[in-house]
Design a protein around this ligand. Structure first.
Ligand SMILES: *Cc1c(COP(=O)(O)O)cnc(C)c1O
Length: 209
């Protein structure tokens, strides 16, 4: 698999779902890969948002690859938020203090990233806001002045039926909140996520094989 394969897969999934071409965008997850590998496997195929899950790694790669659009997809630790200056979209906001901390740094950065709220997939996973607390978090984050563009979820890995239920549920919650961006789907399940309205798919492994 490679970037062109995944782009073909995305177009086929959009078509199968009756969606407009380009309505589901690839976020290339580059964590763990060197600048040389990113250049060879991703950037030679076009321009894509690049997703990283560790603050320092993101900062260093953003210095080495200026002009790219950086997204953050990792856990937001208080002492690492300072590294997120180059980020335009944070996918993983799950607690109100994270929004306050990002908004505080954004004053020094001169601009703020947009954010997605990560929702819990209900199961084994420790990350994400619960269904009961989603509306309250949404209100709290908006009070910090950050722009909430949508929701993000990580589906269970090994259970396609459960993954479909999680995608459908997340789509419904975004709709209830009037949010248009849905970050869901990874290497193994992005076509399924597109069926349920994903607008951003976070694909890593499949780009580098
Ligand atoms: C690593 C990662 C991905 C990409 O997963 P692959 O299986 O490599 O496609 C997507 N989302 C998050 C949050 C990740 O940490």
């Amino acid at each position: 698999m490679s970037v062109p394969d995944v782009l073909r897969g995305l177009r086929a999934a959009e078509e199968a779902a009756g969606r407009a071409p380009g309505s589901a965008r690839l976020v290339a997850i580059t964590k763990g890969h060197s600048v040389e590998e990113i250049t060879e496997h991703v950037l030679q195929h076009g321009t894509f948002p690049l997703g990283e899950n560790r603050g320092q790694e993101l900062r260093d790669k953003a210095r080495a690859l200026p002009g790219q659009d950086w997204h953050f997809i990792g856990p937001l630790q208080r002492n690492k938020i300072k590294y997120l200056a180059p980020v335009t979209l944070v996918h993983t906001l799950e607690v109100a203090w994270q929004a306050e901390e990002i908004a505080r740094h954004a004053e020094a950065w001169g601009r703020a990233p947009d954010v997605l709220l990560q929702v819990s997939n209900g199961e084994r996973q420790k990350h994400g806001v619960s269904a009961e607390n989603l509306r309250a978090l949404y209100d709290q984050v908006r009070q910090t002045g950050l722009n909430v563009r949508g929701l993000m979820v990580m589906a269970p890995y090994d259970d396609p039926a459960a993954a479909r239920a999680v995608f459908a549920d997340t789509q419904a919650r975004a709709h209830d909140l009037g949010l248009s961006e849905l970050s869901m789907g990874m290497s193994d399940d992005y076509p399924e996520a597109v069926r349920y309205g994903a607008t951003l798919v976070r694909v890593g492994r499949a780009l580098f094989q």
